[in-house]
Ligand binder design. Structure first.
Ligand SMILES: Cc1ncc(COP(=O)(O)O)c(C=O)c1O
Length: 402
């Protein structure tokens, strides 16, 4: 359930292009874009002191991305940043001059954006993020959803006025259909699942996630020794890992990538020694992480710089949600969706096993950072799993964190 990165490329520096996308200057640029948004505020970081004591570590900190841009998950960061960059590129080429982000809401740029259509396929949060990003710039969004997406997640996407098209099949089918439809109509596919081909939009999406870690590193009282980060295709984990590798080098924390046992494509790739597509499996409660093939872009970074890959079971994710909702001692109660608490689930799993803890050097001096990547995006499922409404759980939560 835990494997050390023993790939030949482990500890090699990032490629020059990947380093450029994720270094400190890139973080400052993305944060600069965010500061221009009306509804932007850095997300809170909370300390889970009582849980840390129970797990016998020095500290546990959770960056709560459920508050990000009022869109419920970290995903809104990546696709909205990518969409803004793509609109500015198009406007620069149509107007024949460099167009700056401060001009995004001027009439000439809005007119150009209005003609643009962004398409994507989704397991839920990516569709919401693209719908939100397109709405922000005044463009249109078409979102292809696969057969297993809940009605609530679809309704959330439609609230941002996206056109939703249902595809009768798994996510991969929806993605293929989205790619075909975009190629036919000239719409721009906003996908972070980079294959070996064009990585343009995928790179912007990854770059858009960097503020999660740059904000956390500024706020955390003492630098973390370990980061547990959940992964679907690995782009979020790559953004965090790549940013820390370029800014801290060998001084960076130990990175542990956590996946559901039923959809562990990065874990399988690390075990096989190369990027690997796995067979589909029974559905996982961690639906947003249900991905069977890593992003090539993410793999290039994680294979060089992630330290460990691990898997968690269905029950681990459910107990992490409950642990966050009904915390011990004075720890804050945090609303985490089914995929939100999976990094924490990984920590809890390892901390309870002395031999696994010692493999990652987890001990009473360790300070751990995890990310709550989503809030209760599906209210009825949240109620079912936690037995409480998210409003009740978050009633006493201080908005500003530590
Ligand atoms: C809530 C949540 N957490 C984590 C992830 C994993 O991100 P990635 O696919 O970049 O690994 C996703 C992906 O959609 C997600 O929605």
């Amino acid at each position: 359930m835990l494997i050390r990165n023993e790939l030949p490329e482990y500890r090699r520096p990032l490629t020059a292009q990947d380093a450029e996308a994720l270094r400190a200057e890139a973080a400052a640029e993305v944060e600069g874009f965010l500061e221009l948004r009306e509804n932007h505020k850095p997300t809170p970081l909370y300390s889970l002191g009582a849980l840390a004591k129970k797990l016998n570590v020095d500290g546990i900190y959770i960056k709560d991305e459920s508050h990000r841009l009022h869109a419920g998950s970290f995903k809104a960061l990546g696709s909205s940043y990518a969409i803004i960059r793509l609109v500015l590129e198009n406007a620069s080429s149509q107007l024949g001059r460099a167009v700056n982000v401060s001009e995004l809401h001027t009439r000439s740029v809005r007119d150009i954006a209005r003609q643009m259509v962004f398409g994507c396929a989704t397991t839920g949060n990516q569709g919401l993020a693209v719908a939100y990003g397109a709405h922000l710039v005044g463009a249109k969004a078409v979102v292809f959803v696969h057969a297993n997406i809940s009605k609530e997640r679809i309704a959330a996407i439609e609230r941002w006025r996206a056109h939703v098209i249902r595809v009768d099949g798994p996510y991969e089918e929806a993605l293929a259909e989205a790619a075909r439809a975009c190629a036919r109509s000239g719409a721009i596919l906003v996908s972070d699942l980079s294959g070996t081909g064009d990585e343009h939009a995928a790179k912007f999406i990854m770059q858009g996630y960097v503020p999660i870690i740059s904000e956390a590193m500024r706020t955390i009282p003492n630098a973390p020794t370990h980061i547990f980060v959940q992964a679907g295709i690995g782009v979020l984990a790559a953004a965090i890992t790549g940013h820390l590798a370029t800014t801290l080098g060998a001084e960076r924390p130990t990175i542990i990538v956590v996946e559901p046992e039923r959809a562990a494509c990065l874990y399988a790739s690390a075990a096989k020694g190369n990027i690997h597509k796995i067979a589909g499996n029974a559905p996982s409660v961690m639906a947003m992480l249900e991905c069977f093939e890593p992003s090539h872009l993410a793999w290039r970074i994680l294979s060089r710089q992630a330290d460990f890959f691990m898997i968690v079971k269905e029950d681990d994710a459910i107990s992490a949600m409950n642990q966050l909702a009904k915390p011990m001692g004075n720890d804050p109660a945090i609303v985490a969706g089914e995929s939100g608490g999976v990094g924490l689930a990984g920590l809890i799993r390892l901390a309870q096993d002395a031999s696994l803890s010692s493999r990652i050097e987890l001990n009473s001096n360790s300070r751990i950072l995890v990310v709550n990547t989503e809030g209760a995006m599906d209210l009825s499922r949240y109620n079912q799993i936690v037995g409480l409404s998210p409003l009740v759980v978050s009633a006493g939560l201080p908005c500003d964190g530590i």
